[in-house]
Design a protein around this ligand. Structure first.
Ligand code: SF4
Ligand code: SF4
Length: 119
């Protein structure tokens, strides 16, 4: 999924004009992508003269870090609000289960998508 590096965006609006589904608007002179509308065509990435439209693959390390930090926060909050330190471990188990489910969904989805590609 594309995202805009605000540090690099100069607000030239080239991407706004070229997006085929009008998914990009300007907010405070920076391009903003509406992911509900975006069809992932890659045009904005290709046309941006500043290379400000980035791929989300670049965010993988930050996303992992954010997930781990969020899990740690939930663990602390579970222990605090449920009044038992053991709740922290239970919370961790639930989060591991959650990410395993997400992994399964991703793997199964990939399998289905690869079949689409071959068909
Ligand atoms: S084309 Fe690039 S620099 Fe211009 S508004 Fe879009 S993201 Fe910003
Ligand atoms: S990827 Fe395509 S549809 Fe999505 S914001 Fe960029 S130009 Fe628009």
């Amino acid at each position: 999924m594309p995202w805009v590096d605000e540090e690099k965006c100069t607000g030239c609006e080239v991407c706004v004009k070229k997006c085929p589904v009008e998914a990009i608007s300007m907010q405070d002179e920076k391009a903003e992508i509406n992911m509900e509308e975006c069809i992932h065509c890659g045009t904005c990435h290709s046309v941006c003269p500043q290379e400000a439209v980035r791929h989300d693959g670049e965010k993988v390390p930050q996303d992992i870090k954010a997930n781990v930090e969020q899990t740690k926060r939930f663990m602390q909050l579970c222990a605090k609000h449920l009044g038992d330190a053991k709740e922290s471990d239970k919370c961790l188990e639930r989060m591991i289960k959650y990410y395993k489910k997400e992994k399964l969904i991703a793997e199964k989805t990939l399998g289905e998508l690869e079949q689409l590609n071959n068909g």
